[in-house]
Design a protein around this ligand. Sequence first.
Ligand SMILES: [Zn+2]
Length: 306
Amino acid sequence: MYNFEPMRLAIIPIILFAAISAAAQSATLETVLAKRLALKERLAVVNGKTVTKKGIALSEVCDLGDPVSARVFRDYGAMWVGNNDSFAGYRQNPDGTFVADCVFDDESEVAAYHAAVSSKTAMIGPTSVTLRADAMDALVAARAEALAAKLNITPRGGSTAARRSFGDTLRLWRSRFLPGLDHWVALGKIKRADADAAKRLEIRKQVAQVLAWEENDWFFSTDFSKSILYSVAAPGASQHIFMIALDVEQFSNPRVRAILAKHGWFQTVKSDLPHFTYMGVQEKELPALGLEPVTVGGQRFWIPRT
Ligand SMILES: [Zn+2]
């Protein structure tokens, strides 16, 4: 029997590895985020005194029953499980309730977030961009490595390739929403009166209406072939607002993508080809964060596991 001992010992790490892998495979964005929020501290008023309590429910900071929030969570949610917790939803109102920040409602909320988070502005090639400080440091390191290899990493489409205001996301939304409406009205799919009514809707309702139309495959991306959310974000919901996203000019070069990945920058919005997200972790850590890889157009996207 003695001879079998080393073999039995060797099996233990294999079993452990399999168990850890299985746990990583079953993690979802929701379970990962719920666990993190359970460890957070919150302020609560007890007998007229403000005290610190542990634990925030995911539903308190992101209403997944709302169709727009649910889509945002599913399509852009990778940004909330990266390093340094980009999730903004911990801001509390004076009455102890939370600002449900998985979708920002207006410019003042976005401005408050931008003021609260440490950021850096730098010239990246010909363009001045602003990112969260850790994301900028990683980008600068990645770019130095790219330049040393006679490659380059530059922002695509001006300063809004990085940080965006609420107004920027609204403008971008309209740049797809209005041509999309004209396109589907011209094809007779959407009635002119319904299109005009949609233009007058409050923004959250307008987004919900577009997503409902897209259920019929009447898509609102630039070439009407895919969901508007893979082309532009819902207003107030962009990863760019959180200052951890960059649209990269050289996105189609696999060597550039590998350098960005080495420095914690990954593609997490399926089919948004130039768009990279700062996760601040190594690629092998992504499955345990509730993400899984899908390949589209030869590029690997790490999207929330469903
Ligand atoms: Zn982008």
